[in-house]
Design a binder for this molecule. Sequence first.
Ligand code: MN
Length: 203
Amino acid sequence: MSYTLPPLPYAFDALEPYIDAKTMEIHHDKHHAAYVTNLNKALEAQPDLAKLPVEELLAKINTVPEAIRTAVRNNGGGHMNHSMFWKIMKKDGGKEPTGELASAISSAFGSFADFKTKLNDAATKRFGSGWAWLLFRDGKLVIESTANQDNPIMDGGKAFFGLDVWEHAYYLKYQNRRPEYLEAWWNTINWQQVAENFANAKK
Ligand code: MN
């Protein structure tokens, strides 16, 4: 078995004006595609590992043979992270979560506005390339950030909402203005999908 690039669940221009079509095209068709290709290449001689769902593969990253571990970490992480990222955005997204997810966010962070500020802060302070996450760690809802394509699953966290702050996610439209990209990005969120991810991560 090999890993495959999931189709983008909407048109390239669906997230305009917040995220431009060209960025989405390059991000999905080039960057994500390359992670998948390079993950498959790294695992060519490891059919037993290559048949694992990517989240299982990454949960045991420390047991992957050392010669390919970095390649699997970076490209497997890239594949898993982006597969989630596309789905938590949609055309006409935004607003706020509802139901159980909304209550969980409020009790963990004070309010939705406080949560937003804290996630933005984690994303802004991440130096260079990486991600900011909302996740369960030891049964608690927390915000963390990771470098590169690392995913919290690599050290036992269960992330269900992630924000890509690699320059490739925003540079064409926002150049060095990461905070402007972050502000815009909240208008794309598919809270229904995030709520579904939340329910699965909570199990
Ligand atoms: Mn990316």
